[in-house]
Design a protein around this ligand. Structure first.
Ligand code: ZN
Length: 408
């Protein structure tokens, strides 16, 4: 959240598409064959377990009571055995399901592990156990696709690059608009040509995936959309588009907007808050911005002030499910160092603000650790020299998190 500053108006691979299509069709057909094989396998194991044609119900009716009891038990033991083998084959590695493999991995799936899991499912289903069949079929089809992908030597980056190229071809940002916005936007002035090209890709992706809607009669033009998307994308320039997963909407008000809501404080008292905001960011929901403030911060360039960076930094903070001033840190970062650097600067700032002493950054940062992270992120990109001079520890941690060095 960011309160509106006092202002008179603040009242309110393989490159070729055809080849890729052919590979996709082949993977679809082979995946479908794998599910057909699984389906036939179910019928086969049922017959094997019950030695009776027909449905499981009619087979069970025809079985002697002792066999009716022992068949699922034996099936369960066989299923457990396959799971044990799958676990041994995984050798401590976590078996990713197909969505995880794409979202957090490189799309590779453990084919042997999936086969053993499928055999385990077949033993359970064939002996009368009640487990989902579709999940196993989808997983098997996905593993088959992953296997063909490896044979065809596709790698995840290849596909991502292909997707980006296609996106840039289909929804290009007109050059004059891109040049005009990025040359005037203060936060983007430090980028070199390579970074700028990458930012353009990310911005195009952002405009394709997120909706930017004007309310209260605000007509949102392409340069306005580019200004929001490009600055938001600056935060994830070296992080990746997936850091903005989980939400789709940006709402633009013409100016500062009033919100009125009840809040319960730590003592249980309910306050009715009514205030003007220049932006706010909902966990898993939209980012709401005042265009007046976006425009002023984008082109006016008050050091350390940028509502777009502020609200989208909250989005990164909330990636681990709650906003607490600490986004999910990278593996090569130390949680202790982060907390140490952030807490020391935050505590010192709070003391100064309480004592009425002058402070070097927007005192709004002293509201909470959540706002502190958002405000220092604004400084990191728009006034890194001030942040580095006054809070070198914070600057260092942000450089590690954003994987950027705005001062160099
Ligand atoms: Zn905020």
């Amino acid at each position: 959240m960011k309160p509106a500053p006092p202002a008179p108006h603040a009242a309110g691979y393989h490159g070729d598409d055809r080849w890729l299509l052919l590979w996709a069709a082949l993977i679809g057909v082979v995946g479908a064959l794998a599910t057909v094989a699984f389906h036939e396998g179910m019928a086969f194991t049922e017959r094997l377990a019950t030695q009776h044609p027909g449905s499981l119900v009619s087979a069970a009716e025809a079985l002697a009571p002792w066999r009716r009891a022992i068949t699922p038990a034996l099936g369960g033991i066989a299923a457990g055995l396959f799971l044990w083998l799958a676990q041994r084959a995984a050798n401590g590695r976590k078996q990713l399901d197909y969505l995880e493999a794409i979202a957090v991995g490189d799309g590779r799936q453990d084919v042997r592990g999936t086969l053993l899991h499928s055999l385990s499912s077949l033993c359970t289903i064939g002996s009368g156990g009640s487990i989902g069949r579709e999940g196993a079929m989808v997983q098997l089809a996905a593993a088959t696709g992953s296997w063909i992908g490896r044979i065809g030597r596709f790698d995840g980056d290849d596909l991502r690059r292909w997707r980006t190229r296609r996106l840039l071809r289909r929804h290009p940002i007109p050059h004059h608009i891109w040049r005009d916005v990025t040359q005037r936007a203060v936060a983007l002035r430090r980028l070199d040509a390579v970074q700028m090209a990458h930012l353009r890709e990310l911005t195009t992706w952002f405009l394709d995936r997120k909706s930017i809607t004007g309310v209260r009669g605000l007509e949102v033009t392409l340069p306005m959309r580019v200004a929001v998307a490009a600055q938001a994308s600056l935060l994830i320039l070296n992080l990746g588009a997936e850091y903005f997963d989980g939400w789709v909407e940006v709402i633009l008000y013409p100016g500062a907007f009033r919100v009125s809501r009840e809040e319960v404080d730590s003592s249980g008292l309910v306050h009715n808050e009514d205030r003007a905001l220049s932006g706010e960011s909902w966990l898993r929901g939209p980012v709401v911005l005042s265009w007046d403030d976006v425009e002023r911060d984008t082109y006016g360039g008050r050091a350390g002030c940028n509502v777009v960076l502020h609200e989208f930094a909250h989005k990164l903070d909330g990636l681990n499910g709650r906003t607490n001033g600490m986004p999910p840190l990278h593996r090569d970062m130390s949680r202790e160092h982060w907390i140490e650097a952030m807490s020391a600067s935050y505590d010192a700032l709070c003391l100064k603000v309480a004592a009425g002493e002058p402070v070097f950054i927007n005192p709004y940062a002293a509201t909470s650790p959540v706002e502190f992270f958002a405000v220092v992120s604004e400084y990191f990109f728009t006034a890194p020299d001030i942040l580095e001079k006054e809070c070198p520890g914070v600057y260092r941690q942000l450089a590690l998190f954003y994987r950027q060095e705005p001062l160099h």
